[in-house]
Write a protein of this length. Structure first.
Length: 150
């Protein structure tokens, strides 16, 4: 995902991309080449480009997408082997998500309440990471106030 963001193509179809139908975790197809109809479906959030979750089995991506994924994963072969030994099988996840029923409200000067719904396989922490700069203050509090957390 990070490389697709760096290349600014995380929300576009590459030749050989595995496209996931919105709202599903396993309904996908390989887009062998760029296509105006598929491009429109991507814009409408009906389908999404995906990235690999490593495990046993052959990669299903093709062409340009497969080459990019192999390049990115080249330095992670030890991890790949361990994930396979643990019995994981290859899966795909959408490179983007679209929170539904998004609502926000300031509770006071320092607090913001966010509400949204996500589909299966999506994580609220990913949404929050994109919306705000999050800092873990527990380390600063414990070092600034010795004995406070004992």
């Amino acid at each position: 995902m990070a490389e697709r963001i760096r290349q600014d193509n995380w929300n576009q179809m590459l030749a050989g991309d595995v496209m996931l139908l919105a709202g599903t975790r396993a309904s996908y197809f390989v887009a062998e080449s760029k296509d105006d109809v598929l491009e429109q479906r991507i814009k409408e959030m009906d389908i999404h480009p995906t990235g690999p979750l490593w495990g046993k089995g052959e990669a299903i991506s093709k062409g340009e997408t497969l080459a990019l994924e192999q390049l990115v994963l080249a330095d992670w072969q030890d991890w790949q082997q361990q994930l396979e030994k643990l019995g994981l099988t290859q899966e795909r996840r959408a490179l983007r998500l679209f929170p539904q029923n998004f609502k926000w409200q300031f509770i006071n000067e320092t607090s913001l309440l966010l509400e949204f719904e996500l589909g299966p396989g999506s994580y609220a922490t990913a949404v929050l990471r994109e919306l705000a700069e999050i800092q873990d203050m527990s380390q600063k509090i414990s070092t600034a106030s010795p004995g406070l957390n004992e």
